[in-house]
Design a protein around this ligand. Structure first.
Ligand SMILES: [Zn+2]
Length: 316
């Protein structure tokens, strides 16, 4: 694939696709929206290989796409801006109206990824289910992000991983947010730390469970389903099944943000506990809760999120 500067990407947008000419939903798997998160594309490859190896009698279709091709090649989160932002109708219209020479690297990636998604939407009948696969700079178990009061909230309880609610209140313009607004089921999932091999096996387990829960493959056909569930149960242990985002620490340009060492996703924190520092001094937790996405990499827009457990009896 030729890029604007004539460089050739060694990685392709399409990871692969699998279907058996049986009607059913389309599961779109997106990996590597952030280039330093190689576990997503790897998990997608493993599942597609597994589907072909059996081979499975699949209802519908599975399509795997890579997100940020130049960043995946360079193994960096992004080159010029975060590809998982600016997914609003206005921003997209704006990008498509711009001259090619005015576009940033990630503007081009966004236009190309959106075209690949639109091609799937126009080819297949639906319904469409999207899983956007990620990993985190901090250590910790797998979890999922859900936008809005999605009807899939109840269904996701069978996924064995904590579900983060209310992300759209603190983070706008994500790809998942955009797809949810278009009426699709879209879930963001985090497999674990970027380079941990568990991140790949956790994401792979989540995809197999999605294939079964969403009816693309028969549960009895999937011999390893209990293994997939056990993998996630072992990683998640006693964590709450649903948590809500209460606070986001936004980073400002050159604010010298430095996360205090040793925080993992879901660690409990006290109100007033020092979590990080920047040029303004120490940054304390505004309230008690759990920490999510502590930033241990150079690039990012938030230093951390604070989350709180949702009581089990709160019905969606
Ligand atoms: Zn990511």
């Amino acid at each position: 694939m030729q890029t604007a500067n004539g460089k050739e990407h060694q990685v392709q947008r399409l990871i692969g696709s699998y279907e058996c000419d049986q009607p059913g939903p389309t599961l779109v798997l997106i990996g590597g929206t952030h280039g330093n998160e190689p576990s997503g594309p790897e998990a997608i490859e493993r599942v597609l290989d597994g589907l072909r190896a059996q081979p499975f009698d699949l209802r519908g279709r599975v399509v795997g796409l890579r997100g940020n091709l130049p960043a995946l090649q360079e193994r960096v989160r992004y080159l010029e801006r975060d590809l998982n932002r600016n997914w609003t109708v206005d921003e997209i219209e704006n990008l498509r109206a711009r001259k090619p020479e005015e576009l940033l690297v990630e503007d081009v990636q966004q236009i190309e990824l959106l075209s690949a998604i639109e091609e799937v939407l126009s080819k297949d009948e639906g319904p469409f289910l999207f899983l956007d696969l990620h990993s985190t700079s901090g250590e910790g178990p797998p979890f999922a992000f859900l936008c809005g009061a999605s009807p899939v909230r109840r269904l996701l309880r069978h996924f064995e991983i904590p579900i983060i609610l209310g992300v759209e209140d603190v983070l706008q313009g994500t790809l998942m947010d955009y797809l949810t607004d278009r009426g699709h089921v879209a879930v963001g999932v985090e497999g674990g730390q970027h380079d941990a091999k568990e991140a790949v096996s956790n994401l792979e387990a989540i995809i197999w469970i999605a294939l079964s829960e969403w009816g693309l493959i028969q549960e009895q056909e999937l011999r390893d389903l209990s293994l997939a569930r056990a993998t996630l149960q072992l990683a998640v242990r006693t964590l709450p099944r649903e948590v809500r985002v209460m606070h986001r620490h936004e980073l400002l340009k050159d604010d010298g943000f430095q996360m205090a060492p040793g925080f993992a996703n879901f660690d409990r924190v006290q109100g007033g506990q020092v979590l990080a520092s920047d040029r303004g001094g120490e940054i304390a937790s505004p309230e008690p809760g759990r920490i999510l996405l502590p930033l241990y990499q150079g690039l990012g827009e938030e230093g951390f999120l604070l989350i709180q457990d949702v009581p089990v009896d709160e019905e969606p």
